[in-house]
Design a protein around this ligand. Sequence first.
Ligand code: C2O
Length: 497
Amino acid sequence: MATYNVTIHWHGIRQMRTGWADGPEFITQCPIRPGGSYTYRFTIQDQEGTLWWHAHSSWLRATVYGALIIYPKEGTSYPFPKPKRQTPILLGEWWDANPIDVVREATRTGGAPNVSDAFTINGQPGDFYKCSSNETVIIPIDSSETNLLRVINAAMNQELFFTIANHKLTVVGADASYLKPFSTNVIMLGPGQTTDVLITGDQSPARYHIAARAYQSAQGAPFDNTTTTAILEYKTAPCPAKGSVSVRPVSANLPRFNDTQTATTFTTTLRSPKTVPVPTEIDENLFITAGLGLNNCPVGAQASSCQAPNGTRFTASMNNVSFSFPSKISILQAFYNGVPGVYTTDFPPTPLLKFDYTGNVSRSLWQPISGTKVYKLKYGSRVQIVIQGTSIFTAENHPIHMHGYDFYIVAQGFGNFNPKTDTSKFNLVDPPMRNTASLPVGGWTVIRFVADNPGAWIMHCHLDAHISWGLAMVFIVENGVGESQTLEPPPEDLPVC
Ligand code: C2O
């Protein structure tokens, strides 16, 4: 770590009034320099379940990440029978190269970053790669016991399907919010998302593959098509004799990489366990497009720096603004201290130009503007955001993550959002609460939340390739009235730039 600037983000922790501890580089803090230190101080309030932490500068989170598990408060328990064992399952992504070099190379050439060489489960790629196969992760289970698996997609650039051979997964939570339990063979997680599942040892004592591989929605784009595995092992399974065929794990069936139907069935089945207080009156009704773009090669630039299709450079944007990170001071510090010239407050609440977002978009609309634009929200405002995917360059599923908040996902669909007909699909009774929404490929999703946490909060695509290209924006939520609605002062050890 010592050679890189770094910050740590506590993904999904609300950070009520403690935005200084949120972590995204140049949004809420300047980076911690090599040899420097910063103590993240925050209180976890009313949250329970599976979250995680990861570096939030450049592509360091490729290796700097871990699980963050919040157990039920003392004296309380889970809304389901207490699992016998619980195991975090961190799905990671691996390059046979320094990931910082991978992103630097992509930034230099303007092309897409190299795809990864492997996915991992708790750090190990598993049986299907040339390396590590005798160190494949083993998850124990006993006949008839019920265990909790806390699955976390910590991959950089890939949505993943996850399954276990012959075992049903009972989904009970996602992003540290409980769900109405349901049973499925396969789950899908975008980077940033977590899913808690119960499994029961109801199969014959043996070894079973736990497996994950890509859900890849962008057509024709290269991706890492490898499969990572771990082994679910019954304690009473026959002892494995080295190399004997009989102990080969039972193999797992994963959907095809482009099985959008399975991905969608999963995300649209999630429900909160009971009726939840979704805001019904809306003060801020935003419509934000999200997607890729191509910048024309800058005048005088070498062809080697314009390696995206047709001699362009890849970019990405929200409402046609490609987010550009400040480099001298964080947005939160600039806001708190009234430092001018760091950001502007003109992020458009709706697209300045309306077009057929998921249709055949004219090439003249493929090039966004670049800027550090924020959108201001009054404390307590009730916010609805229609996030609309675009088909610019290619349509793709984007995991859209919001810092500082959980939100209700009231609806999602394909094509262009239609305010006349699609509002009838809103679930205002028991929608799931999450911190990362899977924006369907060539589709839209609608989220709602109450802006009750003052600070500067980035909302971005959790595919790191896309955040590098600018698929992000920032909300500044103003203070309310009194101390309990006011951002705390910055800690004394907040890193200086
Ligand atoms: Cu898990 Cu801004 O990230």
